[in-house]
Design a binder for this molecule. Structure first.
Ligand SMILES: Nc1ncnc2c1ncn2[C@@H]1O[C@H](COP(=O)(O)OP(=O)(O)O)[C@@H](O)[C@H]1O
Ligand SMILES: [Mg+2]
Length: 268
């Protein structure tokens, strides 16, 4: 739960645009552009979860990646704790790489199959805390595995030895390794069996409470975000078409597109 709603937001996105060029012709010059994120503004308060929903292709991942500087904004501003981070050099953005992390959609493709769990989860520790000894790193990774519900002694195993749900727990441990404040959760349960989705959502909620985390929680399914979100943003074709408290979205959707998404939600 948000500690205080009148405090300055942890994240502010103002008129953000991310356009991708469409290249064509023999000379591969630009013949058009994809407006993946098209003038999006919203804020996130510390400690809350903001759900971001929309059909596939609506621009959710592009928006999430822009926040962690994996996509360059075409226009607009992103502020973290009141400071503009969208125009920082890689060097100036470095401290924010610890504060802001991402959990990817597909736990099958987002873990390097040639690396052990210790190497995957410990990589960011090695980069951000170079003075940390290998023994301390192993201890920290073992602790992280335990924290996400895996057996700490499995740290020398490889991704293929784990189920989808367990792999996503590894992805969560990796995101937690450097002690982030804000996590972009990009459809963290979409690739998982329905039976394990709730376990992962519950884990994320427990971790949020334990560690005081803030989430931008992306999903294409309103049922998933209803459970976890304080506020919900509905995105369609690069634009936010509706923004409201989770309750209001479900009880009194204002936009046609939101009603369409709601109609697609199976009643549990
Ligand atoms: N790197 C890229 N280059 C060109 N187009 C892209 C790139 N990434 C995403 N897009 C396009 O931007 C739009 C939004 O994609 P995305 O952000 O992945 O949507 P979502 O996550 O909601 O499914 C889509 O039309 C997609 O094809
Ligand atoms: Mg996506």
């Amino acid at each position: 739960m948000p500690a205080s709603t009148d405090a300055a937001p942890i994240l502010e996105v103002e008129h953000l645009k991310v356009y991708f060029p469409i290249l064509g012709g023999v000379f591969r010059h630009q013949v058009g552009e994809v407006k993946a994120v098209d003038d999006v503004s919203f804020t996130v308060q510390r400690g809350e979860t903001v759900g971001l929903v929309g059909e596939s292709g609506s621009g959710k991942t592009t928006l999430g990646r822009a926040i962690i500087r994996l996509n360059e904004p075409t226009a607009g501003v992103i502020k973290y704790e009141g400071k503009v981070i969208s125009d920082l050099s890689a060097r100036a953005f470095w401290p924010y790489r610890k504060k802001i992390q991402i959990i990817f959609q597909d736990p099958y493709n987002s873990l390097n199959p040639r690396l052990s769990i210790f190497e995957i989860v410990g990589e960011a520790l090695e980069i951000h805390f170079p003075q940390m000894s290998r023994a301390d790193r192993r201890e920290r990774v073992a602790g992280l595995l335990k924290q996400v519900g895996l057996q700490p002694e499995h740290l020398d195993r490889y991704p293929h030895e784990f189920s989808g749900g367990q792999r996503q727990r590894i992805g969560i441990a990796r995101a937690l390794a450097v002690g982030p404040e804000f996590i972009v959760c990009d459809e963290p349960v979409s690739a998982l069996d329905v039976s394990v989705q709730a376990q992962i959502v519950n884990l994320l909620q427990d971790l949020q409470e334990e560690l005081g985390l803030t989430y931008l929680f992306i999903a294409h399914d309103l049922a998933v975000v209803e459970h976890i979100s304080d506020h919900v943003l509905v995105m369609n074709q690069g634009k936010i078409v509706e923004a409201a408290s989770a309750e209001a979205i479900y009880e009194n959707p204002q936009h046609e597109y939101t009603r369409k998404l709601l109609a697609a939600v199976p009643k549990l």
